[in-house]
Design a protein around this ligand. Structure first.
Ligand SMILES: Cc1ncc(COP(=O)(O)O)c(C=O)c1O
Length: 382
């Protein structure tokens, strides 16, 4: 089997991740922050260590500004719903995943003013279009770091400079880039970063986070949920302390332990080296696909300007048929269709049919890519 669906979720997971998840239940299975006994303290230690690791990896000082969530979608919803009020102006791109688009469309119905900057057919954003859309008083600019459809990277630092000039905050959806590309929040001007644990950070499904930069005033971000935090229990009001303000209910200890092990694994291999490996895989994939007949490729076709996510269609063939045959006849696992990102497909010209998406992962080898290319060639020619 050749798994090329890492943009949906990475697989397999490092064995260290699986081990950390079972170990934590045996060794530290108390409810963190709720009791003073040793199992509760041990659980809280695992969680704090992972917070520290995340703060370090994204370049912020205060680990308490790492808010654990179920996934990137949850983190994006906390930020969007917590910041935007009726009458506020928010700017996004036309390459967004529904994790951004759906909450924004819902907020739009409640009176939030939404502007969508159109991207080019290769998924790239011209910052001049952003500059003419962001106005003094714009509250928030929210954009994906890399498209989950075309792989195209958006120029986050330039986006942030434009947003900050107008006094807007910047929320980056790093679902496709956390663990795949080095991210330094202060260096790139990111105020809020939403990440998911189960993709290139190598963690399990069900864990993600919102990272609030050290300088951001969290009093302007309302919590999405309220409830028990184990802190200030005398009060029936939600505490304002971080991270408790946004973390009601029992934490996903097993997921956080797995994420912590995934982060360590990624850091040991160095994100910049992982990035080089992924670039060579996507270069081989793009070159191989380009030489096949009837294929249309999407995106920049430049591994320097994208993550390792490659989308294509084949003239006179349904994407569903290609995906099914690759799986059933050759054991090549892809993802076909709209990838929860209809806006992105409209932008690149593949709506409503969608594309076949190939997303190698850190465990994918060049031989895997060559085998997948042969399989695609046979599907197309037969
Ligand atoms: C660009 C992008 N944003 C957001 C998400 C949502 O991530 P999750 O499903 O982990 O919340 C995804 C997942 O595929 C994604 O690719």
């Amino acid at each position: 089997m050749i798994y090329l669906d890492n943009a949906a979720t990475s697989w397999p997971k490092p064995s260290e991740v699986l081990k950390a998840m079972t170990d934590v239940l045996e060794r530290a299975g108390g409810n963190p922050g709720r009791s003073g006994h040793r199992l509760s303290i041990a659980a809280a230690r695992v969680i704090y260590d992972t917070r520290e690791e995340i703060a370090r990896i994204f370049g912020i000082r205060d680990p308490l500004r790492v808010i654990f969530t179920s996934n990137a979608t949850h983190a994006i919803n906390i930020a969007l719903r917590g910041i935007l009020k009726p009458g506020d102006h928010v700017v996004t791109s036309s390459m967004e995943h529904n994790a951004v688009m759906r909450p924004l469309r819902s907020l739009e119905k409640q009176g939030v003013r939404l502007s969508i900057v159109p991207c080019g057919a290769d998924g790239s954003l011209d910052v001049r279009d952003l500059a003419s859309t962001v106005k003094p008083g714009t509250k928030l600019v929210v954009m994906t770091h890399a498209s989950n459809v075309a792989g195209t990277l958006l120029p986050v630092a330039e986006i942030a400079a434009i947003a900050h000039k107008a006094g807007a905050l910047v929320l980056v959806d790093a679902a496709q880039t956390a663990g795949a590309i080095p991210i330094n929040m202060p260096g790139m001007g990111i105020d809020l970063l939403a990440f998911t644990g189960h993709k290139e950070l190598q963690g399990p499904p069900g864990i993600g986070g919102l990272v609030i930069a050290d300088h951001v005033d969290a009093s302007q971000i309302e919590p999405l949920m309220r409830g028990g935090t184990g802190s200030r229990s005398e009060s029936e009001e939600q505490p304002g302390d971080l991270p408790d303000k946004y973390e009601s209910g029992t934490a996903n200890l097993v997921g956080i332990a797995g994420l912590g092990a995934g982060l360590k694994w990624v850091e040991e291999r160095r994100i910049d080296e992982i990035r080089e490996h992924m670039k060579s895989l996507s270069r081989t994939l793009i070159e191989g696909l380009s030489s096949l007949p009837r294929i249309k490729l999407y995106g920049t076709l430049d591994p320097e300007r994208s993550v390792a996510v490659v989308s294509f269609t084949v003239d006179r063939m349904r994407v569903s048929e290609i995906g099914l045959r690759l799986d059933e006849e050759f054991g090549v696992l892809s993802r076909v269709g709209l990838h929860c990102a209809p806006a992105a497909h409209k932008t690149i010209g593949s709506f409503p049919e969608g594309t076949v998406r190939l997303a190698p992962g850190v465990f994918t080898t060049l031989d895997d890519i060559q085998e997948a290319l042969q399989a695609i060639s046979r599907v197309i020619r037969s």
